[in-house]
Design a protein around this ligand. Structure first.
Ligand code: C2E
Ligand code: CA
Ligand code: CA
Ligand code: CA
Length: 279
């Protein structure tokens, strides 16, 4: 009984309690964050390895919390996912990203791709397709410039339903990427049937690329496989010139990472685009 009591005490330890309270407070605050306009997006450029031009950007959400200051998505996306708040949050992200994409299209960057992360719960939500249609119509954003990033786990949860939804998205001209490729559970036989455009090779394989022959072998094989499946390979988390050179030599077309730029507020990216004379 004493053991049991101790165990129970441990479970309700002040530490654990405090974490739960923090999480609940964060949840309450997150509910209000959208209407209070505390969320904003940064945009990280994606670079053509051959020319150095910016060919696209990934939209990444941040939260300017009135008391806690700037919060990174690692701190609140999982709460949003667990509570269902990811649905209104995700809608806000997509609408904001499409507005920005339209603004950059108007400024002459007609081919610039706008990549938006879609969480598993968002993908499984029935209203996703009509929501996307409404936002595209509302913003006038060209669907051909929109890319949705989905993880392997999101797609493999219900592969048949996923394939149908992906096809509907493709019919609108929207581009599709598998995010964090190589880290999730995925079946290559399913991958073959998904109308995917790009594989984003996870950062964890890029980290030690130049020092680890194993990581090198994995990355080279992913790029080769991507080519055979007529997919584009994108590397994320590229921090060093050496990594970029290696990736380029293996035929990886696009890189994203701190080597080129951290995620930036829209006005900074507008300047970067203007200085690079990207189309
Ligand atoms: P992700 O989709 O894999 O996004 C890339 C993350 O890697 C970003 O972190 C980015 O800042 C970081 N990163 C980019 N280049 C480098 C690099 O060279 N080195 C290192 N060490 N890191 C780099 P961030 O912005 O903190 O986002 C973390 C995750 O939160 C994202 O991972 C994504 O899963 C999620 N997330 C962010 N925004 C959204 C969103 O709007 N909706 C959803 N559903 N998830 C989001
Ligand atoms: Ca992503
Ligand atoms: Ca990623
Ligand atoms: Ca990631």
């Amino acid at each position: 009984a004493k053991e049991c009591g101790r165990g129970t005490f441990k479970f309700f330890s002040p530490d654990h309690n405090e974490k739960m309270v923090q999480r609940m407070q964060l949840e309450q605050a997150l509910r209000r964050a959208i209407e209070n306009q505390e969320l904003f997006l940064d945009y990280q450029p994606q670079i053509d390895n051959a020319t150095g031009a910016i060919t696209g950007v990934e939209a990444l959400v941040r939260w300017n919390h009135p008391q806690l200051g700037l919060l990174q998505p690692g701190l609140f996306i999982s709460i949003a996912e667990d509570t269902g708040l990811i649905i209104p949050l995700g809608e806000w992200v997509l609408r904001t990203a499409c507005h920005q994409a339209k603004a950059w299209q108007r400024a002459g960057h007609r081919q610039l791709r706008m990549a938006v992360n879609i969480s598993p719960r968002q993908f499984q939500q029935r209203g996703l397709m009509p929501m996307i249609d409404t936002i595209l119509q509302e913003t006038g954003c060209d669907p051909k410039t929109l890319e949705l990033e989905l993880t392997e786990t999101t797609l493999m949860d219900n592969p048949d339903e996923a394939a149908a939804l992906l096809k509907a998205l493709k019919r609108r001209g929207i581009s599709l990427a598998i995010d964090d490729f190589g880290t999730g559970y995925s079946s290559l036989s399913h991958l073959k049937h998904f109308p995917i455009d790009r594989l984003k090779i996870d950062r964890s394989f890029i980290n030690d690329l130049t020092r680890s022959p194993e990581d090198g072998a994995i990355v080279e094989a992913i790029i080769a496989m991507a080519h055979r499946l007529h997919l584009e390979a994108v590397a994320e988390g590229v921090e060093y010139r050496d990594q970029c050179t290696m990736l380029h030599n293996w035929g990886c077309t696009t890189s994203q990472g701190f080597l080129f730029s951290r995620p930036l507020p829209a006005p900074d990216l507008t300047s970067l685009l203007a200085s690079g004379q990207n189309n």
